[in-house]
Design a protein. Sequence first.
Length: 413
Amino acid sequence: MARSNRKKNIAIGAALLATLAALGLGQLALDRALLAQEKGVEAPAFEVDPFWPKPLPNQWVIGSTIGVTVDSRDHVFVIHRQATLNPLTEVSAATKPPTALECCVPAPPVLEFDPEGNLVGHWGGPGAGYDWPESNHGITIDPMDHLWIGGNGQGDSHILKFTRDGKFLKQFGHPGARRDKSSSGAEPKWTGGSHDRESFGRVAKISFDSSGKEAFVADGYLNKRVAVLDGSTGAFKRYWGAYGNEPDDRDLGLYDPKAPPSPQFRNPVHCAEPSEDGLLYVCDRVGNRIQVFRLSGEFVNELFVARETLGSGAVWDIAFSRDPDQRYIYLADGKNERVYIIDRKKLEVLTSFGAGGRQPGQFFGVHSIATDSKGNVFTTETYEGKRIQKFVYKGMAPVRSKDQGVLWPTTSK
């Protein structure tokens, strides 16, 4: 009997120790979570809205979706490339003769959605008085609610400006003006280069300070500079390359993550976003870095993200959070298929969300990113992604993981 009681006591003691250990581990996890909150290690939280936007009318489909912007009414504008739609499978009803009776036809290049995801406007394409880009790239609203569009086609050395309902206003630069007509081969030589003060070299995107007095051009796919224009006249004011150096258009060769940082931007210079406190954040896409400048062009700092990424690079586009201090940067990475959330002041990656795939909350070539006044995030996808997604802002939350994966809704609608 004594031996049996002894065994029973040992078993009870072991179970008690296991329980205490489990409680200790649980407490340790709780302590870490509380410590994270005490230290302020938190970030904006999101959920994908799989029901946004609503289906397009008229059997319309969209191609590679190459830009997104939000106006003062929280209307979302996207721009896509009709030419990327496959005539055999995606726009069968638009072929001559049609190979399908019902589906589908290309949507107009520019689409406008209201906050609920309803299509409320559409326009774009060639028209009188302006030259539509060979390959449109980027769309951005300025503080006067005018839309600016660039292009990265071989002859695209200009920028277009429209009202938000598609009325043409101005054209800056001359399409094809910089092409050296004496050159031969698939890739033509160009004159002027990154020191040209009249035209551009395949503009990726145009952004604006809050007053609209200056436009900041990510120029771009051929040139290797940031160009600053008068926001009204389009006149050149200044330009610079990486680290504030004079831009140099020499071929840098393939990116090597083990090599010292390049003293020049690589192609493409993919974004140039001014913040409210007088800084400019530039996407050196293939260089896997954000470079920070004063608006004058003085270099301040840089952040490398996913530095080992090769090919098309990790730093595609950025948008700021909508709090007064713009505490966070949202960085779209179309190679690793995620969005990073970055502490803007510290230039520190806090967490990321997304994963490769075609379902809601996943990405295939996430290319452009924007925010609305409520803090929601909108992304577009190029290549075969061909869509826009909305990520609903859910407030602040402690950072619990480096990579959050797919942000599926926790509650049904």
